[in-house]
Design a protein around this ligand. Sequence first.
Ligand code: SF4
Length: 413
Amino acid sequence: MKKVFFKTFGCRTNIYDTQIMIDNLKDFEVTQNEKEADIIVVNSCTVTNGADTGVRSYVNSASKHGAKVIIAGCGAISKGEALFSKNKVFGVFGHSEKEHINALLKSEERFVKMGDLTSLDTSIVHEYTGKTKAFIKIQEGCNFRCSYCIIPFVRGDARSQDEAKILEQIEKLALNGYGEFVLTGTNIGSYGKDKNSSLGRLVQKIGAMRGVRRVRLGSIEPIQIDESFREILKEPWMERHLHIALQHTSQKMLEIMKRRNNVKKDFELFSELSELGYALGTDFITGHPGESEAIWNEAYANFEKFPLTHLHAFTYSKRDGTPSALMSDQIKGDVAKERLKAIEALVEQKNFDFRRNHQHPLEVLIEEQKEGYYVGYDQYYNKVLVKTNRDILKEWITLTTYETKMEANYAQF
Ligand code: SF4
């Protein structure tokens, strides 16, 4: 059998998509060693110009091993044809074609199969090799058009996976021993809008299923937290951590970014969730065009007040083909970096304070063993390092005593 190596770039959705491809391979063997591969499938990302460069340089070096290189994922849509015409890749296929991977990889002829941006996967993923938690993609695409973002153009508009299919998938994974489920997608808060349902209603059903111990949600938008979502907030299986994408805390800047959230309402929402005991994370972009000194100062002053514990922040990175890339008042890279560092330091301190002030028993799922510790995450999505003589890999443990240090919580078990 010919050997296939998968190289995955980008976000969690891509990890999921790679798994779908692996599950649909019938006449090939998957290898973890790219050097022995006959075929390399690059599941690419195109979120920034930098991501494109990363994919391009990987494709260049991979083709030198003599393997057939095939590009899939978001970069296939934006850059696939260019790479194909320069003979850098043997084949290109879009998101909607990934379930036909077996036939595509058998092709003796070079191919470009872009497919469409409206379909949804039909495959059910049964297990994630080597992982303790299962990622479930519940929707695809996004109807927002934030000015810096290319994603809607490569993943299409929002469409929700069939509820019965999601529940069936979770049931199977729970039977295979998975207890933690992470719901992902391009914009999961839009789940159900096209199906007369909502994210809250879906999650309520998932939480009620046998074997489901914890439900974690990927990033949601502040304006997507509706009444049905509020109803699940006190459920015991909800992870006590939510990731709500603010992207900025200056109203002026949000308008430039064509965001739909509003700083004042965001602050009220975060305060409400924090009072319910939630650890709160957010996404943030520093240095987007137009982020003047005055705008930044205002944003930072607002940001300081938000009850945040986790941060996924980036400096703005230009993406050709987006409105932001054409804006004239671009911000210097070192200024953006300094701003990024400032908010990262702030949230690091806030996270430490949160952990010191929330000395509740921690429910930890142990995910790996590293440098003499078992490493897992608690219900607040904080890292816990555990020393023990027992083998607790992939186990759920409850810790009543532990030591809180800046970088993580530590415990003996
Ligand atoms: S919400 Fe905005 S940033 Fe997120 S995928 Fe949609 S357009 Fe992009």
